[in-house]
Design a protein around this ligand. Structure first.
Ligand code: 5AD
Ligand code: SF4
Length: 466
């Protein structure tokens, strides 16, 4: 029997990349690859890159410099180490990577991960391979039926891609160029994936897509279904207790989505809805296609459907031309909405995007200062949100044993980690917990009801492969 080959995969960036990394692991498992945490003993190293912010390509080249040394050391030991650059930097700068970094054997864009075995075979035969096309027809053809063991490894909560790409063309963003135009997976394929995950103990699904609420996959009736209709259908799958979706654009919030939150318990009352700025002038320059007031109205529609709904957002400070007044409008919007959390970033110019040509850049010191002020405001809202949970009884989906012996950790509907003392057969169950205290970002509490014994098919023990 040939010994397993070792795969080290280093992922940067968004949830989609985390998910893609798992997909690459699944695609390579039948080729005999198993994951390793260390670069040094790996036969294959994949850099799963992100291009969205900062000096992404420089980071890749400096990482490749380190990998060149590791590859030489492996060669001196008589081992061949293959190096793959995947992800959005590969998509955007594939030719350049092949030209500049001879250490790289394969460059593969996010649309082509299902071809990794063939690309590696080409590299093994002494060639180098580049694949960064957008083969729309089989964009989602990669999903091999995952083996039960592979699914179990993902635990209680799993991501499922339902949509990829974006047609919005915000002027700062590389996604429409690196991930291509919007494509949605058919409903039937998503249902198949989720049923399989549910059969293997998964209780929570996060539907992911760069612009997930632009979802319009073919439904069983032959018509395109919006996200809300998809959620309604998925809510009927036995075992699926919670549904989440990310990331949404404010312009694509249809009534069907709001109604799914109103009518069903599964869509969690926690929505990531990036606004980027509170200034209409900047929103227009960003080509966001909505005003601050439009955004507030969308938030009100959600709140009208479900009173306990909470929001997170993304913000960019220092977009070209952002004045003090524009930034104040962002602070005012944050104050008005009241977030449960948010990510805020300093604007970074991305080559090839329209904003990269905008002249009125904001000095770094100003960006730094705005970032600190915005983050302070968001942090205070997040603490207030978490503190408000103390004394309340909330449902927690238990995921795994915690580091402290005897403790089990799960998540509330708002993704707050919550710890209780309990036996590990509560893993996989949603149970009410009385929250007693907050330690940093974690809630501590105790179970309110005695858990019911779990049916055997829901047991969360790792299965061995068939
Ligand atoms: N500069 C700074 N932040 C950016 N984002 C996307 N592009 C840029 C950029 N050029 C942020 C946005 C987006 C999040 C995923 O990353 O806030 O919502
Ligand atoms: Fe990028 Fe999101 Fe705008 Fe699409 S909607 S271009 S992914 S920021």
């Amino acid at each position: 029997m040939t010994p397993p080959r070792k795969l080290h995969i280093k992922s940067y960036g968004c949830q989609m990349n985390v998910y893609d990394a798992q997909r690459m692991v699944d695609t390579l498992a039948p080729e005999g690859f198993v994951e390793t945490a260390s670069v040094d003993d790996a036969d294959l190293v994949i850099l799963n890159t992100c291009h969205i912010r900062e000096k992404a390509s420089e980071k890749v080249y400096s990482e490749l410099g380190r990998l060149r040394v590791a590859k030489d050391v492996a060669a001196a030991d008589g081992r061949k180490m293959n190096i793959v650059v995947a992800g959005c930097v590969a998509q955007a700068e594939g030719n350049e990577i092949i030209r500049r970094a001879p250490v790289v054997d394969v460059v593969v864009g996010p649309q082509s991960y299902h071809h990794l075995p063939q690309l590696l075979a080409r590299a093994k035969a002494g060639g180098r391979a580049l694949e960064t096309e957008f083969p729309v027809a089989d964009k989602f053809g990669f999903l091999p039926p995952p083996k039960p063991a592979a699914i179990c490894a993902r635990g209680i909560s799993s991501f499922v891609t339902v949509q990829e790409g974006c047609d919005k063309f915000c002027t700062f963003c590389v996604v429409p160029y690196t991930r291509g135009s919007e494509v949605s997976r058919p409903v039937a394929k998503i249902v198949d994936d989720i049923k399989r995950l549910a059969d293997n103990g998964v209780r929570e699904i996060t539907l992911i897509g760069q612009n997930v609420n632009a979802y319009h996959g073919d439904g069983p009736d032959g018509r395109p279904w919006p996200l809300g209709t998809l959620l309604r259908h998925l809510a009927d799958i036995p075992g699926i207790e919670r549904l989440r979706y990310s990331t949404s654009h404010p312009c694509d919030v249809e009534d069907t989505l709001i109604e799914a939150h109103r009518d069903l318990p599964q869509p969690m009352p926690f929505v990531h809805l990036p606004v980027q700025s509170g200034s209409d002038r900047i929103l227009a320059a960003m080509n966001r296609k909505h005003t601050a007031e439009d955004y507030r109205r969308v938030i009100d529609r959600f709140r009208g459907a479900r009173q306990d709904i909470a929001f997170t957002s993304d913000f960019i400070v220092g977009f070209p031309g952002e004045s003090d007044e524009d930034f104040d409008a962002t602070l005012a919007l944050v104050t008005q909405i009241g977030y449960a959390g948010a990510y805020s970033f300093k604007y970074s110019s991305r080559p090839g995007t329209p904003a990269a040509d905008m002249q009125e850049t904001v000095p770094t010191a100003v960006m730094d200062e705005r970032l600190v002020r915005l983050q302070e405001l968001i942090d205070s809202q997040q603490s207030a949100f978490n503190t408000a949970t103390i004394g309340a009884t909330v449902d927690v989906l238990f995921e795994r044993a915690a580091r402290n012996p005897g403790q089990i950790v799960g998540r509330t509907a708002w993704l707050q980690p919550a710890h209780v003392m309990a036996s590990d057969d509560i893993i996989g169950q949603v149970l009410p917990v009385r929250i007693e205290s907050l330690e940093r970002y974690s809630l501590l509490g105790s179970l309110v009801a005695t858990p019911s014994p779990q049916p055997a098919q829901h047991a969360h023990s790792p299965t061995t492969g068939a």
